[in-house]
Ligand binder design. Structure first.
Ligand code: MD3
Ligand code: FE
Length: 216
């Protein structure tokens, strides 16, 4: 029956999280299995690894990248690199399916010219978290960041322009997409530890997050 097809995805559930930031519930749901299969291919080329912060702490989320640039970190600092420090090779190309998803999500939130150059892939196991931080290693803060959540649900913590702003908490579930632009682009954010019972049929106790960024 034509009217009951779940494509295009139903994005009527759209929440404004802050000025310029939109949560699109289930926007990536129809392609979630494809995205997970493609993550497996990418991570066969550029394996997930636990980066060190400049302070020497091992990050609890494991990371990989695809696209022209990848985000990386070590004792020398945070930066984008055109090559994977583990192999010296270029990062795997950004799949067209990834790029189209990010561009479509950004356009639907009023960012028609988004050109993602990097896709950071985070993988969380039970207890993994990400402390409050700003994303400011990119040269151009006028471009939004698009994030895609896959697998186990997690509590996303969304603060404000200052570290001390008390963060609001939002649940990010399998298939959710968030577009962060405008003033929210530089807001502090993080995720609470992945819960002991958090799981999804496609990933078990794992959660993946894709973040699409314009670097230059
Ligand atoms: C708000 N990742 O990779 S995604 C990150 O769930 C990161 O893996 C988290 O923060 C994760 O840097 C959160 C949501 C997110 C991503 C980028 C943002 C929120 C943002 C940039 C600016 C403001
Ligand atoms: Fe971030």
């Amino acid at each position: 029956m034509q009217g009951s097809l779940d494509f295009p995805p139903n994005t009527e559930e759209r929440h404004c999280l802050a000025d310029g930031a939109w949560l699109l519930k289930g926007f990536a749901l129809v392609q979630a299995e494809d995205l997970l299969a493609t993550i497996a291919e990418i991570s066969a080329q550029a394996p997930f690894r636990h980066l060190l912060t400049p302070g020497g702490q091992r990050m609890s989320a494991a990371m990989s990248n695809c696209g022209r640039y990848g985000w990386t970190s070590d004792r020398l600092g945070y930066r984008y690199s055109e090559t994977d420090p583990l192999s010296g090779a270029r990062w795997p190309a950004m799949p067209e399916s990834f790029r189209a998803l990010a561009v479509n999500a950004a356009a639907s939130c009023g960012y028609p010219d988004f050109e993602p150059e990097a896709c950071l892939i985070n993988r969380y196991v039970t207890g993994a978290r990400m402390a409050l931080h700003q994303d400011r290693d990119e040269a151009d803060f006028s471009a939004p960041i698009v994030s895609v959540s896959l697998g186990a649900p997690i509590r996303f913590l969304f603060g404000g322009p200052q570290r001390g702003n008390k963060p609001a908490s939002w649940l990010l579930e399998h298939g959710d997409v968030v577009v962060w632009g405008g003033p929210s682009r530089l807001f502090f954010h993080g995720v609470a530890p992945l819960g002991q019972r958090a799981a999804h049929p496609l990933t078990g106790a794992l959660r993946y997050n894709l973040t699409f960024r314009k670097v230059g």
